[in-house]
Design a protein around this ligand. Structure first.
Ligand SMILES: *Cc1c(COP(=O)(O)O)cnc(C)c1O
Length: 219
C-alpha cells in the first residue's frame, strides 16, 4: 500500500511525461485534488505533501469540511467543480477561489451580485456540455461564445473552459473539440481530465486536471 503523497508524486510524473510528449511545460498543468467524500484526515497529508488546489462538487459538503482546514492552511485554493445552483451563489463566492461550472447567464448574474457585495472575486470557468447530453451540466456548444463574453464583461475573471466528456466513450475527441472551441473564443485555460483520462487531456491542452480516485485510492 502507498500513501496519498506517493500517489500524488506518481501522478505528477505521469502529467510531466504526457506534457513532454506534447512539447508542453508541465508547470502549465495544475493538479486539482478532488476531495469530495474524503475526510480531513485523508486531505491533510496531501496538503503537507505540497498539494494546494482542491476540488469539491457540493457546496454543503465543502462548507462542513473546509473552513477549519482553510484556517490551518491558508495557502490552499478551493475549486468548486460540481453543478451549482444560483441559490448557493452566496456561499460559493464566499468559500471558493475558482468555480468550474458556470453554464448559464442567470448563475453568472447571481455570482456577480455576490462578488459585488462581498468584494470576493472567484475565477470562473465556463462549463460546456461537450457531448451534448441531455442530463449533463454545461452550456450548449452554440452558446459558448455568448457566455464567455458575458463573463468577460462581468466583474469576475475568466479562466477558461471546462468539460466532462460522456461516460463510456473515448474522451480524446471531446477534449480536442473543447480545445478547438477555446481557440475560437481566445480562451487559454482548459479544465479537463480525470483519473481515467488525464494523460490524454494533458496532451490535448489541459491546464487543470481534476483527479480524485487515482489520488486517494490504491489501484
Ligand atoms: C469526481 C469528479 C472528478 C474526479 O473524478 P475521478 O475519476 O475520481 O478522478 C473530476 N471532475 C468532476 C466534475 C468530478 O465530479
Amino acid at each position: 500500500m502507498s500513501g496519498a503523497a506517493d500517489r500524488r508524486k506518481a501522478i505528477l510524473e505521469r502529467i510531466a511525461r504526457a506534457a513532454a510528449a506534447a512539447k508542453r511545460d508541465p508547470a502549465d498543468v495544475q493538479l486539482i485534488a478532488v476531495s469530495k467524500g474524503r475526510s480531513p484526515e485523508e486531505i491533510e497529508p496531501l496538503i503537507e505533501a505540497g498539494q494546494h488546489d482542491f476540488g469539491e462538487n457540493r457546496v454543503q459538503e465543502a462548507l462542513a469540511k473546509w473552513p477549519e482546514l482553510l484556517a490551518r492552511n491558508s495557502n490552499v485554493r478551493l475549486h468548486a467543480i460540481g453543478r451549482l445552483q444560483s441559490n448557493k451563489a452566496a456561499e460559493a463566492v464566499k468559500l471558493f477561489d475558482v468555480l468550474h461550472s458556470v453554464d448559464r447567464r442567470s448563475l453568472l448574474d447571481a455570482l456577480a451580485r455576490e462578488a459585488e457585495k462581498t468584494a470576493r472575486t472567484p475565477t470562473l470557468y465556463v462549463q460546456v456540455n461537450i457531448g451534448e447530453e441531455e442530463q449533463k451540466g454545461g452550456c450548449a456548444i452554440g452558446d459558448v461564445g455568448e457566455l464567455v463574453e458575458a463573463v468577460r464583461s462581468s466583474p469576475l475573471p475568466l479562466a477558461g473552459l471546462m468539460a466532462i466528456p460522456p461516460l463510456g466513450l473515448e474522451a480524446a475527441p471531446f477534449f480536442a473539440l473543447l480545445a478547438k472551441l477555446a481557440r475560437r473564443h481566445d480562451v487559454t485555460s482548459l479544465s479537463i481530465g480525470m483519473s481515467s483520462d488525464f494523460e490524454a487531456a494533458v496532451m490535448l491542452g489541459a491546464t487543470a486536471v481534476r483527479i480524485g480516485t487515482a489520488l486517494f485510492e490504491d489501484e
